[in-house]
Ligand binder design. Sequence first.
Ligand code: ADP
Ligand code: MG
Length: 321
Amino acid sequence: MNEFTFIESIKQEFYRQPTLEKGIGDDAAVFYQESKRIVTAVDTFVENIHFSRQTMTPSQIGYRALAVNLSDLAAMGAIPAFLLTSVVIPKTWEMKEIQQIFTGLKDLASQYKMDLIGGDTVSGEELVLTITVIGYVEKDKIRYRHLAKPEDIVFVTGTVGDSRAGLYMLMHPDEYTHASHFIQSHQMPSPRVEFARALSDVKRLCLNDVSDGLGNEAIEIAEASQVELILEEKFIPTSQGFSQFDVEQQEQWKLFGGEDFELLGTVSPADWGKVQTIADQLDLQVTKIGVVRQGCRGKVYLMKGNHYVKPLKKDGYRHLK
Ligand code: ADP
Ligand code: MG
């Protein structure tokens, strides 16, 4: 299979987005947008850094790579519309497996009526998959991380630490309880796009997706909004079976495990009820985990019982040490 038959094989039979004028097949894609803001993000996945064939199937690799990008669109309040994919293919991968990556990726794309409108295909030393997503959002509904205000309620969707626990299970095979839940959280995370969109009536909302761990994301909100966040450790939601791990692992993973792709947000107390109602309607867990204060700008304090713990420091995986 050459590059051209490969591109032909991953091309959609038809496109779904009404704003698309030209997809795959010319020098570049063309779409228009008259009424909304255009939101775009890109993520790169390098074999054995971001994923491994030991812990994921090709189709899961594709699915997950898009889910990660969709999580960024969700955190901006955007409606997904398009994606572009650039792939570096090494000799160690069969074309059939590369096509399976695209099967997983396009499965998720179709759930959101997204169109694959272009990309690039080259050969190289190791598998690298780069995905660019494009979405739309109403100008006054963009969920910037600088929008937190004192007295806001801090909440998080779902549970945290699961993806990291799932990866641990995959890397240390043993007898575990609730293994399929943790492993699924790692291999096929669910971006919270519907929830973020369902909140579009809420006037002011600050959102950040939990890609680098709750602690890091909270610090980013505190810094961008120039406020203090106080989180209560006992309210941080973890899933059933999380307690089977060592206490130190639990503490590290729920704050800095990362890759949960849940949403961390802040909202005024007046709108908190609305957030809870919408989460209920979507059968999604949402938990109040703290409050915003004017306090010490840019800092996040974790409360354990009745006393504060020193301000959280950024932690976790660093690419450029
Ligand atoms: P060009 O040389 O003009 O860049 P290419 O031969 O690289 O064209 O690509 C031909 C068409 O196929 C373009 O529309 C491009 O966007 C698309 N394409 C190439 N690789 C991919 C890919 N991995 N995923 C999606 N579209 C792709
Ligand atoms: Mg090209």
